[in-house]
Design a protein around this ligand. Structure first.
Ligand code: NAD
Length: 473
């Protein structure tokens, strides 16, 4: 591990918090270390030649099983990165009370270089290699999508696993983030972006926290800069624009940044990226070739949603956002984190902010194990009880001599039983609110804790320590 690497950064952040928690001798080291990392090199015959691919699956902590974490497809994937991301998963799951240990995987590949059939063959072969070592399994290790992967890859992995384990009735639960038709859950694709929206909404419910960030009021009209308009960046930007009246003033992508006073139309911009491959040329917007410069734009909230370490010691001093919502994993290095803290910039940390994905993955895993859609048993029963209540109230009011009618809006909102998507969003909202409260309590009440990230780690480390203690370690 090199000083200044992503993993070193995560460890520094962990060490800072662990020093504030009273742990039995040796437990800090046990929690910090990555238990194992498997490296695999496998060949696939494509385009008339055998191509060798390098993949990783790292297991950071098995204090709870299965372990959980995404699979990333990118040329930049390496052992250090996978181990850092696996460690983050351990702390993230503990913080949001998802009963999993931490894991992460990756394949060194640029998915844009291969066509769909080729990607499918590569993914199925990678799944076979993982399965041989129980690194994909409903009870031991459950991958999910990450950068460069999505529903399609998860469906291939689930199918490949099922073929290898036809007797396993829980086979579908071997990965999450699957399409609905393949055993997925409503709201998984949007989950990380949705969780980020709920996290920001929760932050804005606390005037003292807002004051610390130099912000006030509600989300309406807040100017937001987003880096990376992929799955996570698109959903959070789209929800904040369409449901909270925020202005997404700048979007930074690989080819540069586009800005517009009053905000960019995020749905249209995503379509433009799909058609042209980048943000350049988006109608009505100003384009800058050096996208990274836009991270330094004056705004209320900066949302890095692309890759790690984009805010580092060299540019941290020039960041003018009041609040940074970490959508990507590890977008701020440990050095930059300290500089930002000293300048009073508030950071809502990755292990909390982007936990929506793993939270809804947990719901999907539970759904797969229970073999039933969420709400299927209760929905009509709930509706019937609501109708009964309203009928009785109407009868009582008629008996008392006054006419009482319900508006159509109320009826459609109240009388209807909840669908799976509503239950998922409700569970996610609750998770984000609860975890924020835990974090903020530590942030406000412990004088030694000077930022939300340290508070998040303190909550997570305390919880993990309790599990280890209960195991007798
Ligand atoms: P994605 O592949 O869907 O999107 C990434 C986007 O970032 C793409 O639009 C890409 O063009 C852009 N990008 C890549 N490099 C860039 C650069 N140097 N500058 C500007 N833009 C760049 O990936 P995603 O699933 O949205 O993941 C994004 C981040 O969120 C990652 O750090 C990932 O680990 C994290 N995350 C994802 C999930 C999830 O559920 N997908 C959950 C938690 C955290």
């Amino acid at each position: 591990m090199t000083a200044g690497s992503f993993r070193a950064s995560v460890e520094r952040m962990f060490n800072r918090a662990a020093a504030l928690v009273d742990l039995p001798p040796g437990l800090e080291e046990k929690i910090r270390v990555c238990n194992s990392t498997y490296t695999v090199r496998f060949g696939v015959r494509l385009r008339g030649a055998i191509h060798t691919f390098v993949g990783y699956r790292s297991v950071h902590s098995e204090h709870m099983e299965p372990v959980k974490g995404g699979i990333r497809y990118a040329l930049s994937v390496n052992q250090d990165e996978v181990e850092a991301l696996a460690a983050l998963m351990t702390y993230k799951c503990a913080l949001v009370e998802v009963p999993f240990g931490g894991s992460k995987g990756g394949l060194c590949i640029d998915p844009r270089e291969w066509d769909v059939d080729e990607l499918e063959r590569i993914t199925r072969r990678f799944t076979y290699e993982l399965s041989r070592r129980s690194l994909i399994s409903p009870s031991q290790n459950v991958p999910a999508p990450d950068m460069g992967t999505g529903e399609r890859e998860m469906a291939w992995m689930a199918d490949a696993y099922k073929r290898l384990h036809p007797e396993d009735i829980n086979a579908k639960a071997c990965v999450t983030g699957k399409p609905r038709a393949g055993g997925g859950i409503a709201g998984r694709v949007e989950a990380t972006g949705r969780g980020l929206q709920y996290a920001l909404r929760e932050f804005f419910r606390h005037p003292e926290a807002l004051k610390r960030a130099g912000l006030s009021g509600d989300l309406s009209g807040k100017r937001i800069v987003v880096q990376g308009l992929g799955n996570v960046g698109f959903h959070v930007a789209h929800f904040l624009q369409t449901e909270d009246d925020c202005e997404i003033v700048t979007v930074i992508e690989r080819d540069g940044a586009v800005s517009a006073k009053g905000g960019l139309d995020i749905a249209a911009l995503r379509e433009h990226i799909r058609e042209t491959g980048g943000v350049r040329g988006f109608p009505g917007a100003e384009f800058r070739e050096n996208g990274l410069e836009a991270l330094e734009d004056e705004c209320d909230v900066l949302i890095p949603a692309a890759i790690e370490s984009v805010i580092h010691a060299d540019n941290a001093g020039r960041i003018r956002a009041k609040l940074i919502l970490e959508a990507a994993n590890g977008p701020i290095t440990a050095e930059a984190n300290a500089l930002l803290r000293d300048r009073g910039t508030v950071v809502i940390p990755d292990l909390y902010a982007n936990a929506g994905g793993v939270t809804v993955s947990y719901f999907e895993w539970v759904k797969n194990l229970s073999q039933i859609r969420m709400g299927r048993l209760e929905k009509r029963h709930e509706e019937a009880r609501n109708h009964l209540l309203v009928k009785e109230l109407q009868r009582l009011s008629a008996d008392a001599g006054f006419e009482w009618t319900l508006s159509d809006n109320f009826k459609s909102a109240y009388l209807r039983g909840a669908d799976e998507i509503e239950l998922v969003r409700s569970g996610l909202d609750d998770t984000m609110r609860e975890a924020y409260t835990q974090m903020q309590t530590v942030w406000f009440e412990d004088d030694r804790v000077d930022d939300l990230r340290t508070a998040a780690y303190v909550v997570a480390v305390r919880r993990i320590a309790k599990v280890y203690e209960s195991l007798g370690l």
